[in-house]
Design a protein around this ligand. Sequence first.
Ligand code: FMN
Length: 364
Amino acid sequence: MTDVSTAEDKRLVIVRPVCELQGRTARMEEVLSSTVDRLRSEGVQVTVVAMASELQRISLAGEHVLFAICLSEAGVNMEYYRLLEYFRQHPDCLEGAVGGIIVDGSSELFTKALARRLAFSANMAGCLFPGKPVVEATGSLHNFDVLSMVRDVPSMEVYKQQVEELARKLIDFKWPQGEERLRVLAVHASSRGTSNTLLLWDKVRSYLEDRADITEISLRNGSMTDCRGCRYEECLHFGENDGCFYGGIMTEQVYPAIINCDALVMICPNYNDAIGANLTAFINRLTAIFRTHDFSKKRIYALVVSGYSGSDIVAEQVIGAINFNKAFIMPGHFCLTETAHEPRSILKVPDIDRKAARFAQIIR
Ligand SMILES: Cc1cc2nc3c(=O)[nH]c(=O)nc-3n(C[C@H](O)[C@H](O)[C@H](O)COP(=O)(O)O)c2cc1C
């Protein structure tokens, strides 16, 4: 189909929860207004929402939404919490929305954690995030040092450029066209037959098989070595040959499968409130081919099972690593989280078949 949309059809909603400390907002306001002025001059319709209560009358479903959060000296924004509350109470309020996040902090801390938390809650309410959907400005702006050197402009200018690039990424986002049959790669490091998370995947898989070609890779049994942290040039050199210093299962099986897949499913039991070591090594070692391949049309999905609690923070780790850093698209409702402790007890979770079937439908 021909795309006949014009700038006039294009819209951006900026959700900028009010920050009570007036002195703190000037920097983000300056950056935002430079983008907003330019977009408006091109005919893009820009709406600004400052209070969560406005969402009672302004729907975000189907919109391009730029969340812009300014933090107080103590790294807090109270209205941001009201926003989270609204998203968690209205689980479909962001259905079909495409989101991006700006966080402007006053110190070197709290910006990333806040972005991950917001992305998780907005995603649960249906919001898709394209790859690399976050612009962080730490208090000193030192996080822009490398880009400032590469682009040969001051940090404040990099900040402005990044915000404008992000706004345009949201407005122009299109779901990637692909082959008729979906190519899915599932990675895990669990024991077949006892792992609750893997049993949950088996169920999801059974609902996917008629429309997807599925590759499953186990990263168990000491086959994984974590990233060595080679110098940038060395890593780039290995990546250009689809390799890595260590070789092994990553280069022989995982890299070709990643390059070939449309959708990656990470099967993540909660180990000490974190992704397990093998899967963490898997993420770290993606760096070599991330430098030489475009991941921005691939989609990330996750299954997270905790024995007791904490699935949200494991899911947030996946978001930070694979969506924020490795640029995979995170579709709405990207993660199915469950709680089950005894081996195989996931099978007794009420409604588990229906949940697995619904999650399989989300994978596309
Ligand atoms: C090394 C290890 C650490 C774990 N840490 C946690 C934890 O921090 N919080 C939690 O809720 N469950 C924890 N669990 C329990 C698992 O999350 C639980 O067994 C769940 O069913 C998923 O694991 P499974 O897929 O291996 O069955 C831990 C299990 C192991 C083996």
